[in-house]
Design a protein around this ligand. Structure first.
Ligand SMILES: [Mg+2]
Length: 281
């Protein structure tokens, strides 16, 4: 009884029903896998959000990093209250941010572990939202049509899997006008003391289970972060790397077959070629 009750509790904590549209889930560090028989009978197309559902050349992600740097500087006392940060202060905050990211996988997690005054994550989420100019995120021409085509196929369900926190995710998707096109959205849990995120295999398992797939090959994934794609490949998902800096943006370019089975794409619309079966079956 104990195991079953715990499982039910952890699954209940994992899924939060959002009445307005997609079901919103938060990664849980206490989640444990269980045997799963196929539930959905569908294929899931899973998108990263930042620098994937909008172009990295829009600059929103670099604004996000600036805001994070600002937040780290303030919370650690490197930046002085009501005073412009000097280049030296910015450099110190930058190195700390990098160190947190490298050590803990997420800057925010490092900040929480090392900040004796604690970090209010609702405050963080609201700060990030207030610092960003979301009008910079532009809808990619042809993306809405591609998402609708995928969604119209009853065999498909659409999901987002991001390491960002909720307010930023909601604001970005609203700006892009694509919020309602997704069935599920998976976000980082900023309140979880042991925050887990991509590329930790546990979050890929959580997502696969929540989407109802016993077989990892029913998951199709695209992300601009190479290590997140590599982790998806390791758990058996079909995964492509979106590399907008690829020299040949008009082609699907195979790279290192032992690392990436499906290669890399220079533009998100090239999913049509990389995952041809999703559009033809
Ligand atoms: Mg990204």
């Amino acid at each position: 009884m104990k195991f079953y009750a715990q499982l039910q509790l952890s699954l209940a904590a994992f899924a939060i029903v959002n009445a307005r549209g997609p079901t919103v889930h938060r990664y849980s560090s206490t989640w444990s896998p269980s045997l799963l028989t196929e539930k959905s009978g569908k294929r899931s197309i899973i998108f990263d959000m930042d620098d994937t559902l909008y172009s990295k050349f829009d600059g929103l992600q670099s604004q996000l990093l600036d805001a994070l740097l600002n937040y780290v500087g303030r919370k650690t006392g490197i930046y002085h209250e009501n005073e412009e940060a000097t280049p030296e202060m910015k450099q110190r905050a930058y190195y700390l941010m990098k160190d947190y990211y490298k050590t803990y996988g997420l800057t925010l997690k490092g900040l929480r572990v090392n900040n004796k005054n604690g970090v209010d994550f609702d405050d963080y989420d609201a700060f990030i939202k207030s610092e960003l100019d979301y009008s910079n995120a532009q809808q990619i021409e042809g993306l809405v049509e591609m998402l609708k085509e995928l969604k119209d196929n009853p065999r498909n369900q659409l999901a987002i899997m991001t390491n960002s926190c909720w307010l930023h995710v909601e604001s970005t998707l609203m700006q892009l006008g694509i919020y309602d096109l997704f069935d599920h959205i998976f976000v980082a849990d900023c309140h979880d003391h042991n925050m887990v995120s991509k590329p930790n295999p546990i979050v890929y398992s959580q997502v696969q289970h929540a989407l109802g797939h016993a077989n990892p090959r029913d998951c199709y994934f695209i992300d601009d972060n190479f290590s997140f794609v590599e982790a998806a490949q390791l758990v058996g998902w079909n995964a492509v790397w979106l590399n907008e800096s690829a020299p040949q943006q008009d082609q699907v370019t195979p790279v290192e077959p032992e690392i990436l089975q499906k290669g890399t794409v220079g533009h998100i619309l090239q999913m049509r070629e990389a995952f041809n079966e999703l559009f033809s079956e």
